[in-house]
Ligand binder design. Sequence first.
Ligand code: VTB
Ligand code: MG
Ligand code: MG
Length: 328
Amino acid sequence: MTNTENDALYLHPDRNLAMELVRATEAASIRAYPFIGRGDKLAADGAAVDAMRAFLTTVNFDGVVVIGEGEKDEAPMLFNGEHVGNGRGPACDIAVDPIDGTSLTAAGRQNALSVIAVSDRGTMLDASSVFYMDKIVTGPEGVGVIDIDRPIGDNIRALAKAKGKDVSDIKVAVLDRPRHVGLIEEIRAAGAGTRLLLDGDVAGGINAARYETRTDMCVGIGGSPEGIVTACAIKALGGLIQGRLLPKTDEERQRAIDAGLDVDRVYEADDLVRGNNTMFVATGVTDGGLVAGVRKKGPIIRTESLVLRSRSGTIRRIVADHIADKWF
Ligand code: VTB
Ligand code: MG
Ligand code: MG
């Protein structure tokens, strides 16, 4: 081995991990394929969870699930604290969402993704005791400019200025929920436009941070697991995320406090996931703005995935053809 090769290994001991993990999100998407549009979200999720879990056992790493399926989507496995991977290789925290958008998948709607995020062991915030998080996500232009505590109109104007855009050209992604009626009004009153999401604020956040999309910002209350996962992606893409946990009951608030969480604090990207070694992989389940959904083309199943690594600052798009006979 040459010195350069040696250095490369030393500097990037887990460089291939992201590329290995993408197999697990591909598998989850492929297994979810027969359930797209079939009206059974639990069956879709179950198939994706099984596939992801099976694939993860073959991956060279020692992962502990910090954000799992259990609590939120009532899925059977990949629970918080579960060890995944073959136990050899880097010690990591892992966040999984075998399908973000199980209802979208069951309905045959767009924007369902299979997602994994990984960071060094002990760096991911375990926010599993609180279901919801209020968040704001933008691209790099928002850093030092956006403040989740200011009125949305101010943030929109500040971002427009930083981006050199007219406010009327700013598009803000928001989950289409009754709780956001007021927020949506404020966004429009500021002169910006909304992109209402049925589900899937991970994809919404990533699209807000990517430079070539039509979304400039993603705001509002979504899942707190999705907030951590988004933070992993944002670290790789560059961009801003701020989040505040939002317990709905006194009991939930107390559970958060007992878990060492600060429900008044604004968590920045570096608080949601520490360090600069985050990886994010996602494969499309159904078509979306981020990646195409899994599709069958004759004897082939085609998947499209995104692989982000913060340390290298790379964004890879991977299209894979899988021989359908081997899967079904
Ligand atoms: C969001 C959305 C997810 O949960 O995080 C949402 O991005 C939050 O919960 O796709 P509500 O549905 O109660 O608003 C999902 O819809 C499902 O994980
Ligand atoms: Mg899910
Ligand atoms: Mg989800």
